[in-house]
Design a protein around this ligand. Sequence first.
Ligand code: PEP
Length: 249
Amino acid sequence: MRKKVIAANWKMYKTPHQAKEFVDSFLPHAWGHTRDEIVICPPFVCIPATAEAAQGSGIAIGGQDLYWEQEGAYTSAISAHMLMAAGCTHVIIGHSERRQYFSETDDTVNRKLKRALSAGLKPIVCVGEVIQEREAGLTDEVLRRQCGIAFRDISGGEAIPIIMAYEPVWAIGTGKTATPEMAGEAHAVIRAEAAKAFGEGVATQIRILYGGSVKPDNAKALMSQPEIDGALVGGASLDPKSFAAIVKY
Ligand code: PEP
């Protein structure tokens, strides 16, 4: 039985002060919640404040991106070790907004994934199709390509901490969600790619989250699907009550 992961992606929202306020208000809902793993991914500058406020609660902290080099003259980039020193155990890689606005490619996702794994960060790797690809019947092909390249040169032994997130791009921030059947089919494709790259035994351990307009009122239906191992939540994770309601689906 795979333990579900409920992860908050705050994107470019909140100051350190607001991050602390969120955690102070969210914590009473999260204490003693052991059924699922809870991860909060704040903007870089909010990581220390969020980690400090969440200390001892069991809530994990994640970055929203990282760079694959260890250090160097890479203005604005953040390394795996910097994330860990600031309190992160997780990192989101390849979010569609990074792919869309910041030139993230399947190849850079692969480089970042390898770095996260070698540093000891648990990666949350996002894949998903845009609406034109879904309408053209290309969803499986897109997922196979994104996963195939992301998983390149990673061994089965290294791959166990990988968390995948199926995020159909047309469902992110739009209020549209994939039907449980659509999510189930996509998750099966992702797991098959993981099996091809890492072997069946590892693939069955990898958690595959669903992301795309997860809200308190649809969380239960989505989380009841056996193939859905948790959620990556954007908009609805910004409010402590709404994120708590999702965590308690
Ligand atoms: C996301 O940013 O990963 C996401 C799923 O956003 P939203 O929940 O707002 O659709």
